[in-house]
Design a protein around this ligand. Structure first.
Ligand code: ADP
Ligand code: MG
Length: 767
């Protein structure tokens, strides 16, 4: 059943070879008490280690259950140690940071026995050695004799068939030694006990068989096995497997014994997380702020369709950034040649032809997306005012400003949403003027001049009473035959009964929270005014004459047909009031989602149209927001990259700490291996430790980052007035903790592997 056959074992230290066992052959009975005697260095411990499967023989064979162990794999040895063999060492070899009872049941814990069963068995074993009341003490709270009893209980608890004791009383006084020997004698009743001692008296008194060793050789055997008393009985070998939960518990206990160090490690390695957490919470918060801002204010900034548009296609933007061929050219070169560059600005300019067809297409846009539209017409508004210094003509188009109108009668329109009406009432169906003042009720001097008013301060009443007259073309333009010129007799034009009388309908001011799109001041006019001017003038003499002529009737100059010119027949006709096709259209989206619907409606128009026929629009809001979004993303990436360096540093630190822990716990590794732990199990114990540190540092980092957002928000609020900008997103937080765990496990993996590869015998010998 257990037999050594010509075992040889030698140790090499440098060039020196120490033969620890020479051709040793011994057969053991299933049930006997064998004492091994011999001087120090005679190979007794080596013999025990080989018998217990802790160490490997060089040659010969160890027969277990009539089977050669030559083909044993690591896992077979682990199983054999775990449930066939119980070790008792001279130096007790208890794990210091777990309780007596946990030490006792460690072997069962390693083999995956249920908690309840193993606790019951451990209590029985402790009772047997008389230590039940000490079950919850730590080993260092016991005397030497008591510790050895715990070791005996541990050896017994799994009910192994073989007990291997290496000088169990070597460190004890005589009285205690006797007690321990009595215990071992008791055990030996139904087991094979092999005990190393160099006390011949003890051996003679207790053992049933004494084998003496000298210089690695057996020199005597008091009771060798005769052929007749051989038996075929077998040891039982079961599977062993430690669960990750057990590994976690072991590591947790170990970590508890060094709380300070664990906390510092977790804190140090959480710094990366804190950094990334803060950066992400800030960028997250800023994005939310930007989005809010877009939704509140930018969303209502108009989409502008003008006769002159910039084509902001990606291709064009790339060209503008200088990714063209010429960007490779050397600066301040000595070359005697010049290089021709493509003019990007030229190709970016796009002329939109705002035909009636397009206007109709715009009118087809669902009004539910719009809070307002504004058409800027090319039709001139030639108004005349009467001031203290006579009559003045206000024809400069810069005097007039476009105000959006409400596309949907039932709805609170763009004006009501964005402006406060300070006085008066807006009626878009009546021709009239609307004065906009800025947030400080300021207007430009030119606006007052246009109304025929002057002075530093002008009362609302004076403004509301100002009267302007718009003459009809047939009175305003004088026919000179080849050309027409404007009349200089402003007084009679002002007093003509054909002239249209217009007044200021209302004074408005942009709402405080809509400052971005309603900023500024000026005089706007109602849509009805343009309509009325066109209907008065579309059949005027000058318009009819211009229709028949192929030169500019006002300047008596030929037209300019280049696309960016305003001196062409259509424009001049519009200017004179022949029709009211606008040259700029402003579409005010109702909200952020509507803006997308409007954009896609406008894009649809360009499907199946050539680039020249296409209509390009400008969406300032999305340009601003995509720009700000890109900048935020870039800043976030850079900051996260910086903070990530500290994450990497912390995982290196974890590797070092784990390495130190492996060194510190070498003895424990040896004990666990002696109790049947697989290399894998040892690796698990260390991985569990880094796992715990990973979670601890991740959670700590996130918590600190979260706490830091409070002062950060306070500072930001003082600086920018924005409340609660930094917001830690729960998804980001979880991902960060996860990444931290992965990184720490990677950091600890190499030392954990080292631990699992440690030779158990060497591990046990270390102090
Ligand atoms: P004992 O237990 O009888 O005192 P050991 O079995 O421990 O003796 O050692 C037998 C011999 O083998 C001794 O000379 C010892 O120095 C040597 N030896 C044991 N283990 C090692 C080792 N790991 N490396 C080198 N030499 C060793
Ligand atoms: Mg020894």
């Amino acid at each position: 059943m257990l037999e050594l056959k010509k075992i040889n074992k030698s140790y090499k230290t440098g060039d020196f070879v120490q033969q620890a066992l020479k051709d040793t052959s011994i057969e053991f009975r299933k049930n006997e008490f064998v004492a091994i005697l011999g001087p120090s260095g005679s190979g007794k411990t080596t013999l025990l280690n080989i018998l217990g499967g802790l160490d490997r023989y060089d040659s010969g064979d160890l027969i277990i259950n009539n089977t050669s162990t030559k083909k044993f794999k690591a896992i077979d040895w682990d199983r054999y140690r775990n449930n066939c063999v119980g070790f008792i060492f001279q130096s007790y070899n208890l794990i210091p940071h777990i309780s007596v009872i946990d030490n006792t049941m460690m072997g069962m814990t390693l083999s995956g026995v249920k908690e309840k069963t193993r606790r019951k068995k451990a209590e029985e074993a402790l009772k047997k050695v008389g230590l039940l009341e000490h079950a919850h003490k730590k080993p260092n709270q016991l005397s030497g004799g008591q510790m050895q009893r715990v070791a005996i209980a541990r050896a017994l608890v799994n009910d192994p068939d073989i007990i291997l004791a290496d000088e169990p009383t070597g460190a004890l006084d005589t009285k205690t030694s006797v007690q321990i020997m009595d215990l071992i004698k008791e055990i030996s009743k139904d087991k094979l006990v092999i005990m190393v001692t160099h006390n011949p008296e003890l051996a003679k008194e207790y053992a049933s068989r004494i084998i003496e060793f000298k210089d690695g050789e057996k020199v005597s055997d008091s009771n060798p096995i005769k052929k007749s008393d051989k038996d075929d009985s077998k040891f039982k070998i079961r599977k062993t497997a430690m669960s990750f939960a057990t590994a976690l518990k072991l590591s947790l206990n170990n970590i508890k014994t060094k709380k300070g160090r664990t906390f510092l490690t977790a804190f140090a390695s959480s710094i990366g997380i804190i950094g990334i957490g803060l950066v992400l919470s800030l960028s997250n918060g800023f994005n939310i702020e930007v989005e809010k801002f877009e939704k509140n204010s930018l969303a209502q900034a108009p989409i502008i369709i003008s006769t002159q548009a910039m084509n902001m296609s990606e291709e064009n933007l790339e060209k503008m950034m200088g990714s063209s061929e010429n960007s490779k050219l050397e600066k301040y070169t000595d070359k005697k040649e010049v290089f021709v560059q493509e003019d990007v600005r030229e190709s970016m300019m796009h002329t939109n032809i705002l035909s009636q067809e397009y206007i109709d297409y715009i009118k087809g846009l669902d009004v539910k997306y719009l809070s307002g539209v504004a058409y800027q017409s090319a039709t001139a508004i030639n108004a005349i005012n009467k001031s203290d210094n006579g009559y003045n003509l206000v024809s400069d188009s810069s005097s007039w400003m476009i105000l959006p109108i409400n596309p949907n009668e039932d709805d609170n329109g763009i004006i009501e949403n964005n402006y406060d009406i300070l006085v008066g009432e807006i009626n878009d169906n009546e021709p009239g003027l609307i004065l906009q003042v800025d947030s400080k009720n300021q207007v430009y001097e030119s606006s007052m001049k246009a109304l025929g008013l002057g002075g530093e301060e002008v009362s609302f009443d004076d403004i509301m009473n100002a009267t302007l007259k718009v003459p009809i073309n047939d009175e305003y333009y004088i026919d000179l035959g080849r050309a027409f010129v404007p009349s200089q007799d402003l007084e009679s034009l002002y007093n003509s009964e054909n002239s249209l009388t217009i007044r200021v309908q209302a004074i408005i001011r942009g709402k405080e929270d809509k400052e971005l799109i309603t900023n500024g001041s000026g005089i706007g006019y109602t849509n009805a005014l343009t309509q009325l001017i066109v209907s008065n003038n579309k059949d005027s003499k000058i318009v009819n004459a211009q229709r028949d002529l192929d030169y500019n009737i006002l300047s008596n100059q030929p037209f300019d047909d280049s696309p960016s010119s305003t001196n062409n027949k259509d424009m001049i006709l519009s200017y004179l009031g022949s029709e009211s096709i606008p040259n700029v259209i402003y579409l005010y989206p109702k909200d952020f989602e509507s803006k997308d619907s409007i954009s896609s409606y406008l894009d649809d128009y360009n499907i199946d149209r050539t680039p020249d026929e296409s209509i390009q629009y400008t969406d300032m809001a999305s340009m601003i927001s995509s720009l700000s979004g890109n900048i935020m993303d870039a800043i976030t990436i850079v900051l996260v990259a910086f903070s990530s360096i500290s994450l990497v540093v912390s995982s290196i630190m974890i590797a070092i700490i784990t390495y130190i822990s492996v060194l510190e716990r070498t003895k424990e590794i040896g004990i666990l291996r002696a109790l049947g732990a697989r290399g894998k199990d040892v690796k698990r114990v260390f991985n569990a430790e880094t796992f715990i540190i990973g979670i601890a540092s991740g959670v700590l980092g996130i918590s600190i980052a979260y706490l830091l957002t409070i002062p950060v928000n306070h500072i930001l609020e003082n600086l920018s007035g924005l409340e609660n900008v930094a917001k830690l997103n729960i998804v980001h937080a979880s991902i960060l903790v996860f990444i931290n765990i992965v990184l720490t496990i990677i950091g600890g993996a190499i030392p954990a592997r080292m631990a699992s590869k440690k030779d158990p015998v060497i591990a046990l010998r270390t102090e």
